[in-house]
Design a protein. Sequence first.
Length: 252
Amino acid sequence: MIGDYLDFQSLVGITKHTGGRGATRELLSLCHVEAAAEVLDVGCGIGVGPVDLARDHPGLRVVGIDRSERMLAWAHRRAREHGVEGRVALQAADVTALPFDDGRFDVSYAESVLGFVADKPRALAEMVRVTRPGGYIGISESIWTRALPPDVARMASDMDVAIETPAAWRALCDAAGLVDVVVRLSRVERAAEVRNRLRWVGLPWAMRGFARTAQLYATRPEIRPALKSFFGPGLSVFDCTGYGLFVGRVPG
């Protein structure tokens, strides 16, 4: 179902990650983004991260990648709406084969992306490769906080998403050779998380996305299972997940 789920997001123009803007700001602070000249956002989706970075740090060069051309079209639209299109470079790319020179970026980060990548070690190795020695790698990913109800476990399995333990994410950072690794773990509360996600995408975008969702439900029967999972057991995920921020420095 992973294809249906990600296709659904790209069709309606909504992406999300646990913790919303607060999690992003904490992650980028741990990555010392204020001292960076160029930053890579891996799996940028509809462009919330790159656009916010460009707005908050006018001198920063931001590159956002995503595998989905449809997502990138939304990201271009968002950059235009916020007047930063000239300072945000967006392109199609796969995190397991990044099309960038070694050591190009000061910071490379990914939010709610690696959980959907089968070869996580290779993905993280590529992020390390394109980041300069002394630069920072940051990942923000969901973590389980308690035993899963059967419907939630089934949904995660159907979507092929790996919500790892904090120890597993930390082990990936260590295996990638990162040093001075910092780990921050947070729980989430359902109502607060819904508010965070609405604020992250922005109310106008959320309302347009919900309208497109209703249209999809009426006109695309094949995508209804993904929609039902998202709005059914998908909401139960909030009760048994949190998120982890994992930040390390590239040696050198």
